[in-house]
Design a protein. Structure first.
Ligand code: ZN
Length: 348
């Protein structure tokens, strides 16, 4: 694995990583997940970016926290962190040492070069798999798909990918998200016998305890980890913090702006006729991104709205965004909908 990548994963904010793992961090402390803790013994050192438990002596950095909390190997923990934080981890079969030297600028490159990708989105093309996903499963408005310039490609292994470009306010390409369109089929098959199956109505009523979401699926979840192809992939160095920034240029004074958690909820929101952006994680928002949003309410009187996912991470994202955007309004999804795209695709 590329040392630059590992360095980047190690420097992700430790408290953000802890929150992604379902720990509730307050004043640089949380309950320790590694022993039966009732006193918030786990302390985060944000300067050294480490954690330590004063009761059981569990300690380490971001990658150790993921390895220990999720019982993952080092490479799996890196991949999980990268998937969770929009940073690419290279394929498991990295270039051989000789090739690495020859292509040194390829492996040490840490800035995203849009010119290499921009032409992909000039003439978007959708495969049958992408069409099925976007129009049959997600029921998206074709105008939204065109506006977002979604395109698709198939890699040499035959995996189908949907490619989502991230643009800045001026329409400059700043990042790309690749979504594995074959991944979902695996989840469906693997999750059928588990407690998320609709045949077990209890799973819809009982809210999952904090952190449980990551283990949802049990054996199915493990089968997924074993699969070689991740669900999302990002070109190295591409910046994917706020999605659909060009919509900001079209906002009229006092017009509502909806905030969603991921691209697919954003597409569903746009297809329902609302202007929307997506923010995958509040802890990863840069100062510039926060300023951009809070300036909107000063400049245009924009009001912010959100339908948080019906789980603990969804509510946490709402609370974190509310600190940045005090006027953010909370809308409640119906009890049988886990997120906005679920709500949008449900037959009424
Ligand atoms: Zn402990």
């Amino acid at each position: 694995m590329n040392p630059d990548t590992i360095l980047r994963l190690r420097s992700l904010p430790i408290e953000g990583v802890a929150e992604r793992l379902g720990l509730r961090v307050a004043r640089h402390k949380s309950l320790c997940p590694f022993h039966d803790d009732h006193h918030a013994s786990l302390t985060f050192n944000t300067r050294r970016n480490t954690y330590r438990c004063f009761a059981c002596d569990a300690h380490g950095g971001t990658i150790d926290l993921v390895m220990n909390r999720l019982h993952k190997s080092f490479p799996d923990a890196c991949r999980w962190l990268a998937d969770a934080s929009n940073i690419i981890v290279e394929e498991y079969n990295p270039l051989s040492p000789t090739l690495k030297n020859q292509n040194s600028q390829l492996t040490t490159q840490n800035s995203f070069d849009p010119s290499r990708y921009a032409r992909h989105f000039e003439h978007p093309w959708l495969s049958d798999e992408a069409r099925t996903f976007l129009f049959d499963e997600r029921r998206l408005d074709p105008r939204v798909v065109r506006w977002c310039r979604l395109t698709s490609w198939t890699d040499r292994q035959g995996t189908h990918w949907l490619q989502t470009p991230f643009f800045d306010q001026d329409g400059k390409l700043i990042g790309i998200q690749n979504r594995n369109l074959d991944y979902k089929k695996q989840t469906k098959e693997n999750l059928v016998p588990t407690n998320t199956s609709p045949s077990n109505p209890q799973s819809h009523i009982t809210p999952l305890p904090t952190g449980e979401r990551l283990f949802r699926g049990g054996a199915g979840g493990r089968a997924l980890e074993a699969s070689a192809v991740p669900r999302f992939r990002f070109p190295y160095g591409s910046r994917c913090t706020i999605y659909n920034l060009p919509v900001i240029a079209m906002l009229r004074p006092k017009e509502p702006l909806y905030i969603t958690e991921g691209c697919s909820d954003c597409w569903a929101m746009l297809s329902s006729g609302h202007k929307a952006v997506a923010i995958p994680s509040a802890t990863l928002l840069s100062k510039a991104d926060k300023d951009l949003l809070s300036n909107l309410s000063d400049r245009l009187g924009t009001t912010f709205h959100m339908y948080p996912d019906r789980d603990a991470p969804g509510e946490r994202l709402f609370m974190q965004l509310k600190e940045v955007l005090p006027s953010l309004e909370h809308h409640q999804l119906p009890p049988d909908c886990k997120d906005y795209s679920d709500y949008y695709t449900k037959p009424m």
